[in-house]
Design a binder for this molecule. Structure first.
Ligand code: KG4
Ligand code: ZN
Length: 342
């Protein structure tokens, strides 16, 4: 085919990702994660992440090309996450992408990490419905975006004012003695618990909060409420009902995420909701979103879990869309920008 072959590089957090696509077809998604190195710290350590990216970058590019049966010289364009994310981590990917683009004499496309979490869905479900409403929930972000054109017209409607949703999952998992990253473990143990056992707070949903923060999230109050509840239980000498705490906490997070995402879609007259980021792998979030959206006639798209967490395929997917839509390539002095807005 004459569709462009695009290689994407992602290093915004703790995943070194290299993906290769042809048009909207995924050829390979190679990921090297440093998550195990961060586990003992209970969170991602920026210095450790940057070093791990440096070590993994070239081997991951080689592995991606080998697996896809592609020579670097066949690649038509290089895409790279240039923000937002950890500054030192981003720099490793940006430097690698610039070197490749320069050496191969191919165009370079700097892509926005949040927009690429949206664009990745095309690899699984075909062309993006635009406009769509995107709920992005991960360890680093919790945002509601109105996506008119994923390559450049993305309007943030709301975001967390404190912790990200994944961060809340990780902190509560830690309180419950579950390993890092805790989201998948909370998801698993919650299956044996009751969602209504404990009435945990729904942040920024009171009438007064909704006036100023209709589409914003807050999870630090919820995390504190869980900590207080667990502490009180421990003081009383009774065992902590881990499954019930996990299920009730998860219900509170998902309830607010889904409620606000659907409110945002409805208020904009948008009929497609896309959920991305690591927390989109959550089984309750997926189920609840589909159930409530169906009642409003809103369609829900969620990429498979492997494409929800950070990866290189999402970068290649957005890069490929930029090529297809004739966007101007980035200059070879493209900077990494840790707080790049969408
Ligand atoms: O997108 P991602 O891989 O990296 C960031 O950009 O942060 O997201 C990682 C986050 C972690 O906080 C992890 O606990 C959470 O996604 N996560 C989940 C699930 N799987 C991953 N949270 C809830 N339920 C899950 N099944
Ligand atoms: Zn991410």
């Amino acid at each position: 085919t004459d569709e462009p072959l695009v290689l994407g590089i992602e290093t915004s957090c703790d995943e070194t990702g290299v993906g290769i696509v042809r048009g909207n077809t995924l050829l390979v998604d190679a990921v090297a994660s440093s998550v195990d190195e961060h586990a003992r710290f209970g969170g991602v350590v920026p210095e450790v992440a940057s070093r791990a990216h440096l070590e993994a970058m070239v081997p991951t590019i080689e592995r991606a090309c080998d697996t896809a049966g592609v020579a670097l010289t066949d690649v038509d364009a290089i895409a790279v996450t240039h923000g937002p994310g950890l500054a030192g981590a981003l720099l490793v990917g940006v430097a690698a992408a610039k070197s490749l683009a320069f050496a191969l004499d191919k165009p370079l496309y700097g892509v926005n990490h949040l927009a690429s979490h949206v664009a990745v869905d095309q690899l699984e479900h075909g062309p993006l419905p635009e406009p769509c409403l995107a709920l992005l929930v991960s360890g680093g972000h919790s945002s509601l975006l109105r996506v008119t054109d994923v390559t450049g017209d993305v309007d943030p409607m709301g975001a967390t004012i404190d912790d990200a949703a994944g961060e809340a999952f990780d902190k509560v998992a830690r309180l419950l003695g579950l390993p890092f990253p805790g989201g998948p473990h909370v998801d698993r143990v919650a299956r044996d618990g009751s969602t209504v056992a404990i009435d945990f707070p729904r942040g920024l949903t009171s009438r007064r909060d909704l006036e100023r923060h209709r589409f914003d999230f807050s999870f630090s109050g919820l995390k504190t409420a869980v900590a207080r509840w667990v502490e009180a239980r421990e003081r009383s000498g009774e065992p902590v009902p881990v499954a019930d705490v996990a299920a009730s906490f998860q219900e509170a997070v998902c309830d607010v995420l889904v409620r606000k995402a659907l409110d945002a879609a409805s208020s904009e007259g948008i009929e497609d909701l896309l959920i991305g980021g690591g927390v989109a792998a959550n089984s309750r979030l997926r189920g609840m979103a589909e159930e409530r959206a169906a009642k409003l006639g809103i369609r829900v798209r969620v990429p498979r879990p492997g494409l929800c967490t950070d990866n290189g395929a999402m970068v290649a997917a957005l890069g490929s869309t930029m090529v297809a839509r004739g966007r101007t390539p980035s200059p070879l002095d493209l900077p990494a920008d840790s707080s790049l807005p969408v």
